[in-house]
Each structure stands twice: as C-alpha cells, then as structure tokens.
Design a protein around this ligand. Structure first.
Ligand code: C2E
Ligand code: CA
Ligand code: CA
Length: 644
C-alpha cells in the first residue's frame, strides 16, 4: 500500500455511502461498550495504585480520561435511534478514528507512567490492563478497522519499548504475547470487515436491483412512460386526492389511427420508433400536473386535474401534435389519433369505471369522427345502459331462433334486372323489440358474440340463396372482427363448402375500418375467400380513412360507394366527386355499386356519370326471403320505382 493510499484509507475516502451508514450503525452499538470498558478498567488500575503513586496519576489524570470517556459514551448513546446522513456519518467515523488515537495515547501514557510505582502485583495489573483493554478496543472497533489499527499501533509501540527495556523475562514475554494476540486479533478484524463490506455492498446491489425491478414493473420499456399498471395506481391515487379535495380529474384515452397499417407496411422497427417518438411528444405536452402513460399497443392515456372541457382542449392539442409528420431517416410518416375523455366525478367514481367510460367514448370517436375527441356525457350513459340491456339479452337468447335475415336487391342499371341481393341481419327481440343491426353487431363485437352471430346469419342467408336463380348473387356483410378472426373465416369457408352453392355466387362485404384495423389479417382473409371463388367488396367506401391507397393494394373485386355521397348528387362538386370515384374504379377494374339510391333523379345522374349497379329504397327495401322470392319469380326484373 502506498502512502497516499494509506492516507486515503485512514481518511475513510472511497467508502461507499451504504458502507459508511452500515459501519456507523454497528459502531453505535459497540462504541458505548468500548468507553464503558475503558472507564471501568481505568478506575480499577487507579484504585490498585492509589496511595502508591502520586495523587495526580491516580486521581486527576485517570479522572480526566474517565470523564472524557463517559462524555463520549453519552454522546454515542444519545444518538441512538436517530437517522443520520451519510456525510455526517462519515464525519463522525473520522472523528472516532482521531479520538481513538488521542485517547489511546492518553491511556497508554498514563498506564506506562503508573508502571514505575508499586510492586510486581501492580505491574502485573498494568500489563493486564493494557492487554485486555487493547483487545477489547480492537473487538469493539471491529467495524472501523482504521481506529482499531491506530489504537493497536499507539498502544503497542510504547509498551513494547518499555517492557523490553525493563529487561525482565516475564514482562518481555508478556509484551510479546500481547503483540502476538493483538496481531492475530487485527487479522481477524480485517477478515471479518472484508465479509461485512461484501455483505453491505451486495445488499446495496440487491436493493438497487429490486428498485430497478420495481421501476421496470411500472414503466413501459419502449417509451419510458408509466405503463398500464402504473397508470391505474396513479389514477386510483388521484381519485382519492380529488375526492378529499372535492376537485376534478379527467382521464383521456388516446388511440392512434392507422398505426397498424404503418406497422405492417414499414415493419416493427419503424413502428417501435414511431411509438417512441409519440411517447416523447406526449411527455413534452404533459404539464406538471399531468400524467401520460402508454397502456399498450398504440393506446396512450393522460390524467389531468382539470374538468372535461379543459381535458378536451388538452386532448385536441395532443392529437394535433401527433398529426404532425414524423421524420424517421428518409421516411416521413403521418399518423392520427382519436381520444375519449371521462371526467371524475361526473362520468364515474372508480378507476375502472372512469377508464371504461373513456374507452367507450374513444370507441365512439374512432367509429364516427376520426381524429376527434369525445367527452363522456349523459347521452352515452343512456346508450351504455341500452347497450348493456342488448348485451345481457343477447347472451341469453337462442341466436338461431331470434335472428333473421332480410334481403335487399342490387340492380344492374343496364337491364334493370336483379343481379344480387344483400343479406341484412334483423333481430326482433320479444324483450327489447326490434334492435337495429348496427347496434346489435357492435354489441356482439364487444361482447365476443360476433363469431356465433355471423355464422348463424350466414347459414340463414345461404339457405335462401340456394333457392334463388343461379344468376343472382348473395352479398354478405362481415364485421371488422370477423375479418381479423381466422377462425371465423375458416368456419365461413366450411359452410360454403357444405352448402349446395357455387362460391362464385358469393360476395363478402367488408368495411374499410375492418381493413385498417389489421391490414395483414384482412389481406389474408380476402385472399382465402377469393381463392374459394367468392368475390370481395369494400363496403361504405369513402366513410373511413383509407381510401385510394388501400383500394390499390387490396385484392378486391368491388366497391360500394357509401350513401352519404348520394345526397350531394345535384351540386357540381358532389357530381365531380361521384365521377372521379367512378373513373378511379374503372381504372382499377373494380365493379362499383351506388348505395342508398332513393329517387329517380339520383339514378339519372348516376347513370350519366357511368354508374351501373344500384341499391336503394328507390328500387327495393330490404325484404324477407318470401317477398324476395315472389319478386324474383314475379317478373324477373324490377321496374324502377315499383318497390320504393
Ligand atoms: P350496410 O352494409 O351499409 O347496409 C346497407 C344499409 O343501408 C342497410 O341498413 C339498408 O337497409 C340501408 N339502406 C339501403 N338502401 C337505403 C336507402 O335508399 N336509404 C337509406 N337511408 N338506407 C338504405 P340496415 O339493414 O339497418 O343495416 C345497417 C348496417 O348494419 C349495415 O350497413 C351493416 O353495416 C350492418 N349490418 C346489417 N346486417 C348485417 C349483418 O348481417 N352482418 C354484419 N356484420 N353487419 C350487418
Ligand atoms: Ca353492406
Ligand atoms: Ca354499405
């Protein structure tokens, strides 16, 4: 060990915080014993020398030494149970080393001075005093080896000098004996201290690891934002706070639009980087009183101590931020976000209740206005209630008995003949009355009943289609969930195979939303259905986001133009739009059906713009199988306006 290292060692430098605190805690128990030992032993030696040595050396000096020891004893005892900072502990340890040196010097000088007085018994007592006390000190200072070493050196050197110089064999032997024992004791102290140090360091490491584990259990590794678990902890905590303070609190759930297609198109690496970048934008948008979290996938959330309207303003800011393009290397990606907001206490009192409501309106935002923000309101409450009633009823009924299918013809404008019929689900519930298909389909999707429902409706539709003339096709609607569920698609394929029908007479209609949700799964489903010989149509074209890029990439056969485009048929811009869509479809060799045709003028305009296939109340409303068969058998063609 070099001198500088030795100085550093005595100065307790390079000792970790945890070790200093642990040493201090150990010493707190042992140092008072040390001082008690010193005081009692000193009193004993002073007592045996009383009268033999001068007053100052049997009363005054030991009195001062004992007083100093007792004061230190009380200082240490008084500190017990108090917490101490590492830097103060380090200071105290340093002081202990210094004081140990000073007191050891004082005691040994005093004891060796006493050695001149008295006879062999008194000399023996001094020897025992020195030996026992130094060993006791070493033991008590075992967790501060610096002090133990200093005490040993300061005591050993002078008494060895004195004993050796006395020339008495017994004292020389005693001196060497003490030297041997203290040497061994010091070695034991060093060994034990090494073990102690190791233990403290590994404990520190264990604590650090468990803190790290805790942090990881509460953090999303990709964005470093709080994760779902932490979000709920925080939500619960803030609800309690808000309840105590009578304050408001809003939960905002944010779901990315078009994340899936981006992830599918550019791969997961780009997807992950996009999520990271979104996490950064969200963090930068968060005020001091706001928590933002990633709940999983492309779902994020925020908590803010504001009312619903302020939360809406925050959410709109966030959505706008997310809509700014992301530059990733040479790639520029644009993405959107929808948000649902539920405010405490109006929308709910519990964490899960608030979350569910925010989720409900998020779903509404996504379904109706993309990129929008919806606040949970009393209206939604009513809807939830009725959705719950629908769901509860739906779970108990025999789908086969209560669900039925009606058919709406689709005409070829060139011949006015029915070329296909669209099957539309109907539910006449004895309990709830007629339930609209968009309502029960959505509820079935959420309740996990859509697979069964779709198969029941398809079976019924198929059984009617097999009785229709061969040149009439059957159009059947698939929900977004059906498209992404390979089990449902395979079950449909099995039903087609078993039915006595040419698969080329089947058209499966799926919406853009279904395609956007999971492009890869949708593509696989489409390919499977087409490989069977069936056609696939993109339904409600123009209402979703997708658009042309999807049209281009999807292996589809037809497009159904949403009826919202029909209302504007009279204005030049409305016409232009209808015309461009039709031109585009022709360019892509896609058959194109105009939905929701309600009057003769519309038909005239659409025909002029080149449309050929029509569906709408103007031609025929959805009708039960019998009515359809009668219609088909009656004339084989439907005169325009006859069924309107
Ligand atoms: P959709 O697939 O776009 O079906 C066409 C809807 O437009 C039908 O409503 C039909 O009655 C209505 N319609 C037809 N012509 C006209 C018209 O001239 N004017 C107006 N205003 N409406 C017209 P419906 O039967 O209420 O169905 C609503 C939606 O529910 C459907 O929209 C479809 O998305 C869904 N749906 C219906 N049946 C099923 C089904 O069996 N399975 C699935 N997954 N969804 C279904
Ligand atoms: Ca449809
Ligand atoms: Ca449609």
């Amino acid at each position: 060990m070099r001198l500088t290292e030795l100085v550093a060692w005595f100065g307790l430098r390079n000792v970790s915080r945890g070790l200093v605190l642990a040493q201090f805690a150990e010493l707190q128990r042992q140092v008072p014993l040390l001082y008690a030992l010193l005081a009692v032993n000193a009193v004993a030696v002073a007592y045996t020398h009383h009268g033999l040595a001068p007053f100052w050396s049997t009363v005054l000096v030991p009195g001062a030494l004992v007083l100093a020891s007792v004061i230190r004893l009380f200082v240490w005892v008084a500190r017990r149970g108090r917490t101490i900072e590492a830097k103060d502990a380090r200071k105290q340890l340093g002081m202990t080393v210094t004081l140990a040196a000073v007191l050891a010097a004082g005691y040994v000088a005093w004891a060796l001075n006493l050695n001149q007085f008295g006879g062999p018994y008194e000399h023996a007592h001094v020897a025992i005093f020195i030996a026992i006390t130094v060993i006791g000190c070493i033991l008590c200072l075992a967790n501060l080896p610096q002090a133990a070493v200093i005490v040993t050196v300061i005591v050993t050197v002078p008494y060895l000098a004195v004993y050796l110089s006395m020339g008495e064999t017994v004292f020389v032997a005693v001196g060497l004996n003490i030297l041997l024992v203290t040497g061994v004791m010091l070695q034991v102290v060093f060994n034990n201290f090494a073990g102690f140090k190791q233990l403290i360091l590994s404990k520190g490491e264990t604590e650090r690891l468990s803190r790290e584990n805790l942090r990881m259990a509460h953090t999303d590794p990709l964005t470093n934002l709080p994760n779902r678990r932490q979000f709920f902890n925080e939500l619960e905590r803030r609800i309690e706070q808000a309840a105590d303070a009578g304050a408001v609190l809003s939960v905002g759930l944010i779901d990315l639009d078009r994340f899936k297609p981006i992830n599918d198109t550019y791969g997961h690496v780009v997807g992950d980087r996009l999520l990271e970048a979104i996490g950064e934008r969200l963090s930068s948008a968060a005020g001091a009183d706001m928590t933002v979290a990633r709940l999983g996938g492309d779902e994020f959330a925020f908590l803010a101590g504001v009312d619903a309207l302020e939360a809406k303003a925050i959410a709109m800011r966030i959505c706008a931020m997310i809509e700014e393009p992301f530059e990733m290397g040479s790639l520029s990606v644009t993405i959107g976000a929808s948000c649902g907001i539920a405010a405490y206490p109006d929308a709910g009192q519990g964490a899960h209740e608030l979350y569910d409501r925010a989720d409900y309106v998020l779903y509404t935002s996504k379904a109706s206005n993309r990129g929008g923000v919806t606040i949970y309101s009393a209206d939604h409450e009513t809807r939830i209630q009725s959705d719950r009633a629908v769901e509860a009823t739906m779970r108990t009924i025999d789908l086969d008995a209560e669900m039925s299918v009606v058919f709406q013809p689709i005409l070829d404008g060139a011949s006015d003949r029915i070329v296909s019929v669209e099957a539309l689900g109907r539910w006449a519930s004895p309990v709830l009355g007629d339930v609209r298909p968009d309502v029960f389909v959505t509820v079935a999707e959420r309740a996990g009943l859509i697979h069964d429902l779709t198969l029941v409706l398809f079976r019924k539709a198929l059984s009617v289609a097999t009785t229709l003339p061969q040149d009439i096709k059957l159009s059947f609607n698939l929900s977004a969930h059906d498209v992404t569920n390979s089990g449902t698609i395979l079950a449909l394929v099995t039903l087609v195979r078993k039915a006595d029908i040419d698969p080329s007479r089947l058209i499966f209609e799926l919406t853009e939303t279904a395609v956007i949700r999971d492009f890869k799964a949708a593509e696989a489903a489409i390919q499977l259905l087409r490989s069977l010989g069936a056609e696939v149509a993109l339904d409600d074209f123009g209402t979703g986001y997708s658009s042309l890029s999807h049209l281009h990439r999807l292996p589809i056969d037809r497009v159904k133009i949403d009826r919202s485009f029909m209302s504007d048929y009279a204005s030049p811009s409305g016409r232009n739009l209808l015309q461009s869509i039709r031109v585009l479809c022709s360019a892509m060799e896609l058959k194109c059906t105009a939905e929701g045709v309600e009057c003769a003028e519309q038909v005239a305009v659409l025909k002029e713009l080149g449309y050929r296939y029509f569906q709408g109340y103007y031609f025929a409303r959805p009708m039960p199988a019998d009515a359809l068969k009668a219609l088909v058998a009656g004339e084989g063609s439907v005169a325009a306006g006859s069924a309107a």
